[in-house]
Write a protein that binds this ligand. Structure first.
Ligand SMILES: Cc1cc2nc3c(=O)[nH]c(=O)nc-3n(C[C@H](O)[C@H](O)[C@H](O)COP(=O)(O)OP(=O)(O)OC[C@H]3O[C@@H](n4cnc5c(N)ncnc54)[C@H](O)[C@@H]3O)c2cc1C
Length: 470
């Protein structure tokens, strides 16, 4: 949807081809099964979304979506103890994915030149006459109107963007045009999700608005999140890495919640009324397709979002990475328009070369979040698809210290949160203010007599940290 919105600034007509029939309200649909699970959008992603759809945030808040201060309102149990809490501007809109999609979809429909083809599946790419690129797509109507309407036909386009998610068939489509399929890296930490909506107990009171009990692999494989969402409900997602999948039966789900490192989540849901069945999801491997490395790339065809790079969702990066990819797309198209305005010879020249450049740019966007997600997944013994390098192991040690500091030092916590929200690059983890403190802490741990520094801060008093704590 966001891709279509960006394209609408550059093309007279944009057609969204969707396999599903869009529901009329904010409800799940088959093509996005992950929508039943908690979807947090990082602040960076939200800012980009707002740029393309001004007023979206206010409308969602007015419709009952809670605004959470992720430093102040979230009780976040890190592997090293409770993250420090303080009021901040690191806000997040807590909606279900379906509610977000529905709001975006309705706004997109209002843009001139944007059309939707629903219950239509893209089946392959159409080559252009010169054999240098793509001229459109072959489509299949899944539910034809009947009569003489054809079930399969062609749709011609100046540019085709594949944003069809994890199940993208782009490697096959490219192969059928004679292009080499991309190399693929898959790193699987075997994470599973199970999620359920709840009605909070009447009069429920806590000093937090949302809970995040983080896993601490390799030993603590279980995690849980409780977020308030629109409609005054809670969305609870339990996660287990290294094949420690959360169950989907009533008793098993509750027992899994009870087994988390803090009792807060279990205590909250034990008297809450379930509003939905328990849904599970296990196809969570990190999958990176190296389109940028291909020696030949067709003009007029681009791949972005999960279709190019899908992450283990537990780090909450996916939608923001899509947004960053779309922003790149917009920038590249803007530069092309600018060039054709200032150099008359380029006017109407087409999109040759731009698609290849886009794949290279989007690969740069993906690399840091990819290293972050896969690096963390290597903490699980069960992870397959590679093994941690020395650099990854050193990074684990460094991050352990940063996380430990984030339980006691406000500046470090803030820096960590800004990186988490993708407002700063991961390299900011090595900012002198963090580096100095990590070095100081490592020195303390090495030199202080045993027992004077707790190597694993206790979680007693969990979540009771007061707002304004420093
Ligand atoms: C369990 C889980 C939890 C997650 N939690 C978070 C989170 O907290 N925060 C976050 O940022 N991200 C999260 N993600 C990741 C996020 O869901 C994805 O990164 C994001 O949806 C990717 O968007 P996309 O547009 O690339 O693909 P999708 O959103 O998957 O959309 C693909 C669309 O293409 C359609 N389609 C597919 N094939 C065809 C075809 N051949 N023809 C026509 N239409 C087709 C599908 O029906 C679908 O509508 C989570 C993912 C999972 C699995």
């Amino acid at each position: 949807m966001l891709t279509a919105r960006a394209l609408a600034d550059h093309f007279d007509r944009v057609t969204v081809i969707e396999r599903d029939c869009f529901p009329v309200g904010p409800v799940p649909r088959k093509g996005v099964p992950q929508s039943r699970h908690l979807h947090v959008m990082m602040k960076r992603g939200r800012l980009i979304l707002e740029q393309f759809f001004p007023g979206l945030q206010d409308a969602m808040v007015a419709a009952g979506v809670p605004v959470l201060d992720m430093a102040g309102d979230a009780a976040w149990l890190t592997p090293a103890g409770w993250g420090l809490r303080f009021p901040s501007d690191l806000t997040m809109l807590a909606s279900t994915r379906d509610f977000l999609d529905w709001n975006v979809r309705r706004r997109l429909a209002g843009f001139a030149g944007v059309g939707f083809l629903q219950e239509v599946q893209v089946t392959r790419l159409l080559p252009n006459a010169e054999g240098s690129g793509v001229a459109g797509v072959a489509i299949h109507f899944r539910n034809p109107a009947g009569g003489d309407d054809p079930q399969d036909c062609s749709l011609h386009a100046d540019l085709v963007v594949d944003a069809s998610g994890r199940g993208s068939r782009a490697p096959h489509w490219l192969a059928s045009l004679g292009y080499a399929p991309p190399a693929e890296t898959v790193i699987n930490g075997f994470l599973g999700y199970a999620s359920r909506l709840y009605q909070p107990p009447t009069g429920f009171k806590a000093d937090w608005k949302c809970l995040y009990i983080q896993a601490a692999p390799p030993n603590r494989t279980r995690g849980g999140l409780l977020f308030p969402v629109e409609g005054g409900r809670w969305l609870v997602t339990l996660s287990g890495g290294g094949r420690d999948y959360p169950p989907t039966d009533e008793a098993g789900f509750v027992e899994f919640a009870r087994s988390l490192a803090s009792p807060l989540l279990y205590d909250a849901i034990k008297d809450a009324a379930p509003l939905s069945p328990i849904h599970s999801y296990r196809a969570t491997e990190n999958r990176l397709r190296h389109y940028e490395r291909l020696p030949r790339w067709p003009d007029n065809f681009m791949v972005l979002g999960d279709a190019a790079c899908a992450f283990n969702p537990v780090y909450g990066q996916g939608m923001t990475i899509v947004a960053l990819g779309v922003k790149k797309l917009d920038e590249i198209l803007r530069m092309r328009n600018e060039a054709s305005r200032t150099d008359g010879r380029l006017a109407g020249v087409g999109l040759a070369g731009i698609a290849r450049r886009f794949q290279q740019e989007v690969a740069k966007v993906n690399i840091a979040p990819w290293l972050l997600a896969t690096g963390e997944d290597f903490r699980y013994r069960e992870t397959v698809g590679g093994s941690p390098t020395l650099a990854t192991r050193l990074m684990h040690r460094y991050m352990d210290q940063v996380v430990r500091l984030s339980t006691e030092n406000r500046e470090v916590r803030r820096q960590f949160m800004e990186i988490f929200h993708m407002l700063k690059p991961p390299s900011a983890m090595f900012h002198p203010l963090v580096l100095r403190r990590v070095a100081g802490q490592a020195w303390r741990l090495m030199t202080w007599p045993k027992g004077t520094v707790s190597p694993t801060p206790t979680v007693a008093g969990a979540g009771r940290a007061t707002v304004g704590n420093t």
